[in-house]
Design a protein around this ligand. Sequence first.
Ligand code: NAD
Ligand code: DAU
Length: 347
Amino acid sequence: MTILVTGGAGFIGSNFIHEWLAHGDEPVINLDKLTYAGNLDNLRDIEDTPSYIFAHGDIADYSQVSAWLANFDVRAIVHFAAESHVDRSIDGPLSFVETNVVGTTHLLQAALEHWRKHHNFRFLHVSTDEVFGSLEPDDPAFVESSPYRPNSPYAASKAASDHLVRAYGETYGLPVLTTHCSNNYGPYHFPEKLIPLLIHNATTGKDLPLYGDGQQVRDWLYVADHCRALRMVLANGRPGETYNIGGNAERKNIDVARTVCAMLDDYLPLLDGRSYSDQIVLVRDRPGHDRRYAINASKLRTELGWKPLETFESGIAKTVQWYIEHREWTAAVTGGSYRDWVARQYT
Ligand code: NAD
Ligand code: DAU
């Protein structure tokens, strides 16, 4: 038996594959289109492992996906593949609809035909807390039954994919599981997202741009904790159910930036004695910017016994250290098209 991971060359998918192979020898196929966010360097250390197979392709390619599912006797799909950056969805929403909505539907259809022949099968859909919209400062954290109120094209496309996953479960009986996770951080995080962008910009002498007033709140989770939660949901989650995953670590963006800067001040002090925090600047806000996310993960804790192993402080220390020790990784992903994106987004 084998599992098929979609989007395994991205940030969370590659961490998940590392985590999967570290905990057993069940083969894993990584189906990835290798968009700008997909990077096989994330998997360089395991690429020769016999239980790892890379399949270059698109989740929307129904016949190719069907062939992989049948040929490798796949017992589960863990579906990460997506366009995942909110700012890019504001810049150009169509690719988000194509991959996140249409691509997911093709994948579901291939999974359905496969499941009808091989009954022992599960489809784990990796979704986000952003489908629930934005919280006021005193609102309780999102629970699994919180209403859908997506605000960005990215969140709307993920919400649409969630509804299709649910519909395939309800209508056809496909054994589906959906997770809603809060903001991840850790190794292999593409430096268009806040934390790796801050580290990259700080260490290359650039501004640290915070949108609006920098007071927006995210609930941060170290990526390995997310991956462990997904393994638990895949193994023991109840088909048809949804599970929230979160770090119980709400932080304002300005405080995240100050924490990253303080760590860099320790690990990599500037020669002139300044703090990296002098590089923080407030810039034009993200349109429709969600003010606050917070996740109540008590269902996952009660039903499956999961809780995060890292605090924000321990996870961010590991992350900053990883980026300092892997500067060649960041250098390789911040070339031409990355620079074009940064110029368009921040000018
Ligand atoms: P990412 O952008 O780093 O990686 C996405 C991967 O999907 C890339 O490897 C890309 O090449 C691949 N991909 C894109 N389109 C594809 C297609 N049509 N066919 C095959 N592969 C394709 O994303 P990430 O941050 O690792 O997020 C993974 C998933 O987790 C996404 O579904 C996202 O919505 C969800 N999620 C992310 C976070 C977070 O904080 N990053 C939090 C909660 C949920
Ligand atoms: O909550 C889960 C979501 O977290 C995932 O579904 C998304 O795929 C993932 O990208 C992430 O979305 P966010 O929009 O919350 O992450 P991002 O890192 O882009 O931004 C985090 C916060 O920092 C947000 O309030 C916007 C702000 N920000 C971001 C960037 C890139 C800045 O202030 N400046 C920046 O330059």
